[in-house]
Design a protein around this ligand. Structure first.
Ligand SMILES: C[S@@+](CC[C@H](N)C(=O)[O-])C[C@H]1O[C@@H](n2cnc3c(N)ncnc32)[C@H](O)[C@@H]1O
Length: 304
């Protein structure tokens, strides 16, 4: 887990975040519309929102125009610097170098919506939830997004792509066995996040998009040999609502260039085995464009 100000894994200078944007999905409007619609339907106000683990503020502008004030938070000092340069200074922005586990600098019960994309697995989830509850107004929303690796809608190519991803996962896990909590949280997607109905309204919505042919994020990333060491943790409440849908707005045409950008956005270690697997995949893909999509988790909960 990261220390305050420390730029872990995602050390963001401008170049890093530019490459990151290239290698991650073009998130369709429908994703943010679902969040806004849920928030409004649950009586949420649109004064202040806090984007936790915002990184280089890749998504911030997608929601900032809905609220009077935007808080941009990230544990990494250099990420916040990039976010500032990217968004520009404005009275409506407050930048915080802050771990999501920490909210004591924010006024209690003052935030209408907390949003975190692709970040909760990095954190101590219980402490993050406590900090979220501390800052949210009663009736406020927590929205979490997860969309990390694509799947190819061609069985043979998808198998070859998985070889690359699985090798990447194996290298990461084996290089830092102490980070097992991180890998277990990441591999469990949002399923491991408990929403205690003492603090959250019953009926957390757990949306999974684009799990075509059963290809969940977990199945894409966790190699079968690691099933036991990175267990699929589930902390579902009895009233949780599960929604499985396809959202074709996430579909894209995959070619060798974009697939390489996606891989590079994870800054993979030099590894001859992975390079060989990549070559096999790239050779099979050739100069074609092949339909692909991103499995997505969107989890929506309301503070009591
Ligand atoms: C994969 S990036 C996601 C960035 C952005 N939310 C997005 O979806 O593009 C993960 C971000 O989480 C941040 N992060 C990691 N641990 C954190 C923590 N404990 N508290 C707050 N941010 C954290 C990292 O610095 C990084 O910017």
């Amino acid at each position: 887990m990261s220390e305050l100000g420390e730029d872990i894994y995602y050390k963001g200078d401008e170049n890093y975040w530019e490459a990151y944007k290239e290698g991650r999905p073009r998130v369709p409007d429908s994703f943010f519309e679902r969040i806004v619609e849920y928030h409004a339907r649950h009586g949420g106000q649109f004064d202040v929102w806090d984007e936790i683990g915002a990184g280089g503020a890749v998504h911030t502008k997608r929601l900032s125009n809905k609220f009077k004030k935007t808080i941009i938070s990230d544990s990494g000092a250099s990420n916040i610097e990039v976010a500032k340069n990217f968004l520009g200074e404005s009275d409506s922005y407050q930048f915080r170098i802050a771990r999501s586990e920490e909210a004591s600098d924010l006024e209690p019960n003052s935030v209408d919506l907390v949003f975190g994309a692709n970040m909760i697995h990095w954190t101590d989830i219980d402490k993050t939830l406590q900090a979220v509850l501390q800052q949210l107004k009663p009736g406020g929303t927590l929205a979490l997004g997860g969309f990390a690796v694509p799947l190819l809608l061609d069985e043979e190519l998808h198998k070859l792509w998985l070889q690359v991803l699985h090798r990447f996962y194996k290298l990461l896990v084996e290089s830092d066995p102490s980070a097992i909590r991180f890998f277990t949280q990441a591999g469990s997607s949002h399923d491991c996040i408990p929403f205690d109905t003492q603090y959250f309204q019953p009926g957390t919505i757990r949306i999974k998009l684009n799990e075509r042919d059963g290809w969940t994020f977990r199945r894409c990333i966790v190699p079968p040999a690691f099933e036991e060491s990175t267990p699929h943790l589930k902390s579902f409440g009895k009233d949780d609502e599960f929604i499985y849908e396809n959202d074709y707005g996430w579909d894209f045409d995959a070619d060798v260039t974009i697939m390489r950008k996606i891989l590079e956005s994870y800054e993979p270690k030099d590894d001859p085995v992975m390079e060989e697997l990549w070559k096999q995949f790239a050779a099979a893909l050739g100069d074609r464009k092949v339909a692909a999509t991103w499995p997505v988790a969107l989890t929506l909960a309301t503070k009591k």
